[in-house]
Write a protein that binds this ligand. Structure first.
Ligand code: C5P
Length: 438
């Protein structure tokens, strides 16, 4: 799946396609106009002269014909069985009949599957339609819903089609309103903003103004690495340090999404765990540390490498708000929910408070196992020993939508169990005795 997915939904003639294309260009991302898919299936069904209200027959057309879509020269190219239909799918007849395809549940299911497949092959994608943020990509990094009054949308469409008499504009408006009603009222994938979508009313805005507005939102969510030079350099220094003194075994780095709100949940074996956890993560991370450490030069250093002070032993609401804010902007945060370092190498049950941060921050969660750090630097020792093997394993990413299905306790228990299992698997592979968790 693409690491960066931006969805743009909205009604007919709200400017989705133009805006999505321009945005994709600015972000160097791929572009998908899902309306073209509905239109192509409509055209194929019309050519096959089938009963448009018969879902079985529509599905046969979808399964038997070869549909291909590609973004080329800022246009969505479409072909059916190798024949180019890029222009053919834009006729008024196709527009009028697309509603049959759009309201057939099994056809929608298949088209959504094709859309996800399309996204899977891209690194970054801007995708537009009616259900992109709600159904096709519920975990998208950024979701927009564009609106404009029917009169304004009719005016824009009329200029596009060169039909600018009053009667023509009124006719276009009637058609647009009919399409809105049909798109909003169907039972599957109805047109509506996703709960977490940013709604932009484009009525009084130019295309450029809308793109700038969207880019402004995106700026916060898509971190800009060049601005983060010092943290990157610090990470490199830490890597050199760790490689000098330890034997590092990272695994599962591909499980870390490159973009979007992310919480890394890590077990806690030694003082060096934040370093072990962070050095293999190429995106910048925020950390938490107790506020008493933020003194003098060391405090300044902590701030400079994106560490947030937190009061121990109490619910530090301002710190929690800061963390949620950072997540909402699309950042990654590294948390150690045991609260303190292990005294025997085992993972103690996670404290459930972090669940709220994950849910409010709309974050995906990646469990991170650290093993070997306890043997290298146990709690009671003043200094670490040199040459120890440190295993750092990034587990399977849990999407934000799954995280939200669990309450604080369920999430804490699930992650405690997951990391304990990862730990014992990792120990067995090293020929070490697994820990007993009764
Ligand atoms: O966006 P466009 O006007 O090209 O879409 C044609 C039709 O396809 C829409 O009127 C709508 O009914 C349907 N559609 C849909 N879901 C999407 C994209 C388009 O139902 N994601």
């Amino acid at each position: 799946m693409a690491n960066l997915i931006i969805t743009i939904d909205g009604p007919a003639a709200s400017g989705k396609s133009t805006i999505a294309r321009m945005l994709a260009e600015r972000l160097d991302a791929s572009f998908l106009d899902t309306g073209a898919m509905y239109r192509a299936v409509t055209l194929a069904a019309m050519q096959a002269r089938i009963d448009m209200s018969n879902e079985r027959e529509l599905l046969d057309v979808l399964n038997q014909k070869k549909f291909q879509f590609a973004a080329k020269d800022s246009k969505m190219m479409a072909s059916i069985d190798g024949i180019d239909v890029t222009d053919g799918i834009r006729t008024p007849e196709v527009t009028a009949s697309a509603k049959y395809i759009a309201s057939a549940p099994k056809v929608r299911e298949k088209l959504v599957e094709m859309q996800r497949q399309f996204a899977a092959d891209e690194e970054k994608i801007v995708t537009e339609g009616r259900d992109q943020g709600t159904v096709a990509f519920p975990n998208a990094c950024l979701k927009f819903y564009l609106t404009a009054t029917p009169a304004e949308r009719a005016r824009r469409r009329a200029i596009e089609e060169g039909q600018t008499t009053r009667d023509q504009i009124e006719q276009i408006q009637r058609e647009i309103e009919e399409r809105d009603a049909s798109d909003q009222s169907r039972s599957v994938g109805p047109m509506k903003p996703a709960d977490d979508a940013i709604v932009v009313d484009t009525t009084d805005l130019s295309v450029e103004e809308v793109v700038e507005k969207i880019l402004e939102y995106a700026e916060g969510r898509i971190y800009r690495l060049p601005k983060m030079l010092w943290p990157r350099f610090a990470r490199w220094l830490c890597k050199v340090f760790c490689r000098t003194f330890f034997r590092l075994h990272p695994q599962g780095r591909e499980n870390i999404p490159d973009y979007g709100p992310l919480v890394l949940i890590c077990n806690h074996q030694s003082f060096l765990d934040p370093v072990f956890c962070g050095i293999f993560v190429k995106r910048p991370l925020y950390y938490l540390a107790r506020d008493t450490l933020f003194r003098g030069l060391f405090g300044k250093l902590l701030v400079s490498i994106q560490t947030i002070p937190v009061k121990r032993g109490e619910a530090d609401l301002p710190a929690m708000r800061t963390v949620i804010g950072k997540l909402k902007q699309g950042n990654g945060v590294c948390l150690f929910p045991e609260g303190t370092r292990t005294s025997d190498g085992k993972i103690t049950a996670f404290k459930p408070g972090f669940g709220l941060l994950c849910r409010r921050g709309n974050a995906a969660v990646v469990p991170v196992l650290i093993d070997g750090a306890f043997e290298t630097w146990p709690r009671h020792k003043k200094l670490f020993s040199i040459g120890g093997s440190i295993f750092i394993q990034y587990g399977k990413c849990i999407p934000a939508s799954e995280v939200k299905k669990m309450d604080d306790r369920q999430l804490a228990e699930f992650l405690t169990d997951t990391l304990r299992k990862m730990q014992n698997d990792c120990r067995l592979k090293q020929g070490k005795e697994p820990y007993s968790y009764g």
